[in-house]
Design a protein around this ligand. Structure first.
Ligand code: ME8
Length: 538
């Protein structure tokens, strides 16, 4: 039934705790949450990891600005990211913090494995001590080559990182990772694993970056101390990206590589990231792992960037979209739906309140909400709230019967789309059936059968209610709270709300095998998606 019943391990980036969470962080974690819920619903074992990135110069600087000791500071800010998980209803199985003892142990163990190993020529060690002279951006926590810098248009004598972040000159002793030696192995890996980087356009970028030649990477710092000490040389702390990437293996028990969790979940099925941090995940991370004799992850998906009404989201522009504010305004499920429906996953998105309200009123209230409301209130008014018993298949020539079939075939279309992170297309397929269901009620006109063919009317309503049940189960990973409220209204038992409870054919006695039970008395219908009425300012 499920395309993959092998265990599935997926991760979000771990977020820097220099700032409060915003809509961009919520977006990446939401995408993972939908996949995690969907696969669990299909019957797979899933491990969904998120957390916070708490070391490095950027975080240390922020703590100083707040006049707080870094540990106190990260303890506070990390809580806001945990709250984001609650607010957005994320179902992560673990929340990792890079200041935890388990992570420090894991980073030092990985470092040792890398430094004990040799480069592919079998002669050089992967790590050597040298001196870094070059540019560093604290905002990006990244080293830049002079040739990558761009002129600052506001101050032409100044240079910036290609991301627009300011850079500073750094000269300090540093350990280096011999990345240059892993170039061919990386290219071979991409060649043999065409699905490793998605979308395809990002894969091409990664390959051409690596083909352009790789320089050895500085992996330790000495000019500040907020980080994990390098094993056997605590005058150095690890480069924050080596520390951060390691969270993915800490989360499944590294260095306990004989543990069940490790064996079950590594290599990771999917690292979900924004396009800004693809290079770290698709180049440095597999190289670190290969050099430590560990298999690289299976896939890295780099999604697009949200702007606020077309403007880059940034604290200095004062246009940060606070997830708490929009969830309070529109409701958590409407926000979840909007973010994954509005743009093809992988493309950039344009957040605007106007498009949010259009989605709520059109897709949620008019299409799906209306479908549920019509069917449930007709059952309530005409059958005293008791689900009618349908006629046998042979007697059914209602359009609603075809719609039920469409809803039964929907999973085979939606599941592969979720497995390739095509959320927007998946929702599109689901909405085709929602709209078809509304059309079929209009065509069947059950209200006209009230007097002359009550059992026909009951059959139509049963077929529609069963269609709604199927839709709600498939949509539940996207909008868990509202779909649960809808399934409550259909009296579907809690343990029958999963994809494994869907049925794929109409043969035989149609009601026997379904969990929508005729004769079941339903609660009074309540609208699940009310229209959003815009407040106009005076
Ligand atoms: O980079 N649109 O953390 P970070 C879409 N700690 N997604 C956005 C976004 C936007 N406008 N803004 C942020 C780090 N994101 C490192 C990661 S992982 C080993 C270490 C999302 O707090 C997107 O996923 O800067 C992006 O990659 C991530 O937040 C960056 O989060």
């Amino acid at each position: 039934m499920s395309p993959s019943s092998t265990p599935y391990f997926l991760t979000t980036p771990i977020y820097y705790v220099n700032d409060s969470p915003h809509i961009g962080h919520a977006y990446t974690s939401l995408a993972c949450d939908v996949i995690a819920r969907f696969l669990r619903s299909e019957g797979s074992e899933v491990m969904f990891l998120t957390g916070t990135d708490e070391h490095g110069q950027k975080v240390e600087k922020s703590a100083k600005q707040h006049n707080l000791d870094p540990q106190k500071f990260v303890d506070e800010v990390s809580k806001r990211f945990r709250k984001l998980s609650e607010l957005m209803d994320f179902s992560n199985d673990d929340f990792i913090r890079t200041t935890e003892a388990r992570h420090i142990k894991s980073c030092q163990a990985l470092w040792k494995r890398i430094s004990d190993g040799k480069t592919p020529n079998g002669q050089d060690s992967n790590i050597y001590l040298g001196k870094y002279d070059g540019w560093y951006s604290v905002r990006d926590e990244a080293f830049y080559d002079e040739s990558e810098l761009i002129k600052d248009t506001k101050n032409p004598s100044n240079y910036l990182a290609p991301t627009g972040a300011s850079v500073e000159w750094v000269e300090e002793p540093s350990y280096f990772f011999r990345l240059s030696a892993w170039q061919d192995k990386l290219l071979e890996f991409y060649e043999n694993n065409p699905e490793f980087v998605a979308p395809q356009s990002r894969r091409n970028e990664v390959i051409s970056f690596v083909k352009g030649g790789l320089r050895d990477l500085s992996i330790s710092r000495t000019s500040f101390s907020w980080g994990i000490p390098v094993p056997d040389d605590d005058s150095h702390i690890m480069y924050v990206w080596l520390d951060a990437l390691t969270n993915y293996i800490t989360g499944i028990n590294f260095p306990e590589i004989t543990s069940d969790k490790w064996n079950k979940y590594w290599p990771a099925s999917l690292h979900m990231v924004g396009k800004d941090i693809l290079r770290f995940h698709a180049v440095y991370w597999p190289a670190f792992l290969m050099s430590a004799g560990i298999e690289p992850p299976q896939r890295v998906f780099a999604h697009g960037w949200w702007t606020n009404e077309g403007q880059k989201i940034s604290k200095s522009l004062g246009n940060v979209i606070d997830p708490e504010v929009i969830v309070r305004k529109y409701g958590v499920d409407a926000v979840r739906y909007f973010l994954l429906r509005e743009v093809p996953f992988g493309n950039d998105g344009y957040f605007s309140h106007a498009s949010m309200v259009t989605r709520i009123n059109k897709d949620l209230a008019n299409d799906f909400g209306n479908l549920a409301q019509r069917v449930l209130s007709m059952i309530s008014k005409n059958f005293e709230g008791v689900i009618p018993y349908p006629q046998k298949n042979a007697e059914c020539n209602f359009k609603s019967f075809e719609t039920l079939s469409l809803s039964q075939n929907l999973l085979s279309k939606v599941s592969p789309l979720i497995h390739k992170q095509a959320f927007n297309e998946a929702l599109d397929r689901i909405w085709e059936v929602v709209r078809e269901a509304n059309r079929s009620i209009d065509k069947d006109e059950p209200w006209k059968l009230k007097k002359k063919n009550k059992s026909g009317m009951g059959t139509i309503l049963w077929l529609q209610a069963e269609t709604i049940r199927n839709l709600a189960i498939i949509l539940k990973p996207f909008m868990p709270q509202s779909m649960d409220r809808l399934l409550d209204q259909l009296n579907i038992p809690l343990d029958e709300r999963n994809i494994v409870n869907l049925h794929e054919d109409n043969e035989g006695d149609i009601c026997q095998k379904y969990s929508l039970r005729p004769d079941s008395k339903l609660p009074k219908p309540v609208a699940i998606f009310p229209k959003y009425i815009c407040e106009f300012e005076d």
